[in-house]
Design a protein around this ligand. Structure first.
Ligand SMILES: [Zn+2]
Length: 447
């Protein structure tokens, strides 16, 4: 909403309506915009390694002597993956670790040994160099070139009767890598470093915690895949002791499996990001604003066009501060005590709070709120209304609307009442200030 006054064209038709003083609401912008970039995992790893911040995941054990190993997929270097875990103590380079060294300065990196917070940005890597698999972007790009890419990563070459690896029209992942610059780079148009990787990213264990009860350990699918890749990495390292022919096929088989596991991980990430329950829709594109309520609407037949009736519980939660301030004054108790009393009595009406709410609704211009029905397809979908009173029936959790506005709101179901105009908890305004605040209830709404 732009700064300043709402330009309400039919203001004169509502004599009770008095515009609020101009207020400037500062909003804290948490995310201004996002930008996506393809990144090279090998490059990320090189940068981390330069700073001594790389976490190499090589250990397929979940526990080692009752502790999660530093080089395992639940490495404490990600920070504690569940809130029950004891924190890990380490310096930046991870060479000096352990609670006993707390506060010591690491002789290698010169930083203090301290607890590390779970940091979702921390990445570990499973290093399969000198081999490579396709990155997420690489796999997507190659799938446009090879309709049978799935077949490429699931079949292995035969060994002929003479003990040689049979020729095949189907390339292997290693062939794709070796021939990339000659055969594919022109069509794909991405750097080889982006399309392939030898360092498989392992995202923070906080986002995929090991869930453990007294008797059971529950393993998320993504963790099974990470464990599988860690094991396969071990196999890959041991292939060097195999005879040549077997070795080539074994490496192919292992890379195929790593690729399939990694594809499984990216599919899980995709699902978590993009689906209906994904982070974008859950955290960015929807949800209720602070100081707003979502209510079913019903008809209040005797309401004036500018009036609504609301549940007791809505007043007690949305106007907690005002009610607590009022209560503290008339009962001569501390604000903290008053807030406790408001929240204790928020669900079942107590006579004194009903009385306070009635007072608030009566003082000066009363309490005004914005009522919005989604989808907001016309200007009449948002209305500025005065709260007339709370329902006598305290089990009624609906918003009562006057008959006159139903058509304007294309009314049937879901409404929201929002109040953005709040003061810090604990402030103790004079009576005058209090009623001034109550009358300037500029509200904004979302559905
Ligand atoms: Zn260090």
């Amino acid at each position: 909403m732009p700064d300043g006054r709402l330009n309400i064209k039919n203001r004169d038709e509502y004599s009770l309506f008095v515009p609020s003083p101009i207020e400037h609401y500062r909003t804290t912008t948490r995310i201004k915009s996002v930008r996506f970039e393809r990144i090279s995992q090998d490059e990320v790893y090189r940068e981390l390694k330069k700073k001594g911040l790389n976490i190499d995941i090589t250990n397929p054990e979940i526990y080692n002597n009752g502790k999660k190993p530093m080089d395992g997929i639940f490495s404490p270097l990600f920070g504690a993956d569940t809130t029950q875990d004891t924190p890990v103590f380490t310096c930046d380079c991870h060479k000096t670790t352990g609670g006993a060294k707390r506060g010591h300065i690491c002789p290698h990196c010169g930083t203090e040994v301290r607890t590390i917070e779970a940091d979702l940005r921390i990445q570990g890597h499973i290093d399969i160099a000198p081999y490579h698999i396709m990155s997420y972007h690489g796999y997507v790009a190659f799938s446009k070139i090879f309709k049978n890419l799935e077949e490429i990563i699931t079949t292995t070459r035969r060994i002929t009767r003479s003990g040689k690896v049979a020729k095949s029209d189907l390339p292997t992942i290693m062939d794709l890598y070796d021939d990339y610059d000659d055969l594919y780079a022109g069509r794909i148009g991405l750097d080889k470093d982006i399309v392939f990787m030898s360092k498989i990213p392992v995202y923070s264990a906080r986002l995929r915690p090991l869930m453990k009860t007294n008797t059971q350990v529950a393993m998320l699918e993504v963790n099974k895949l990470y464990l599988s890749i860690t094991n396969l990495r071990g196999n890959l390292k041991s292939t060097q002791f195999m005879p040549n022919v077997n070795r080539e096929v074994e490496i192919q088989r292992t890379l195929n499996q790593i690729q399939q596991d990694f594809n499984g991980i990216t599919a899980i990430c995709n699902e978590q990001i993009n689906s209906k329950s994904g982070v974008f829709r859950r955290a960015l594109a929807s949800g209720r604003l602070d100081n707003s309520s979502r209510l079913v609407i019903t008809l209040g037949t005797d309401l004036q066009p500018h009036e609504v009736d609301v549940p007791y519980q809505l007043m007690m939660t949305q106007y907690e501060e005002e009610i607590a301030n009022y209560y503290a004054k008339i009962q001569d108790v501390s604000i903290a005590k008053a807030i406790d009393m408001v929240s204790m009595n928020a669900m079942t009406p107590a006579p004194i709070f009903v009385e306070i709410i009635n007072q608030l609704l009566k003082s000066k211009k009363g309490i005004w709120v914005l009522v919005n029905r989604n989808p907001t397809i016309s200007e009449s979908g948002v209305q500025y209304s005065r709260i007339r009173r709370i329902h006598k029936d305290y089990t009624d959790m609906t918003l009562h609307l006057p008959p006159d506005v139903l058509a304007l709101l294309a009314a049937d179901f879901n409404y929201m009442v929002t109040d953005n105009h709040r003061s810090p908890i604990g402030s103790n305004p004079s009576k005058e200030k209090l009623s001034e605040r109550l009358t300037s209830g500029v509200c904004s709404l979302a559905g």
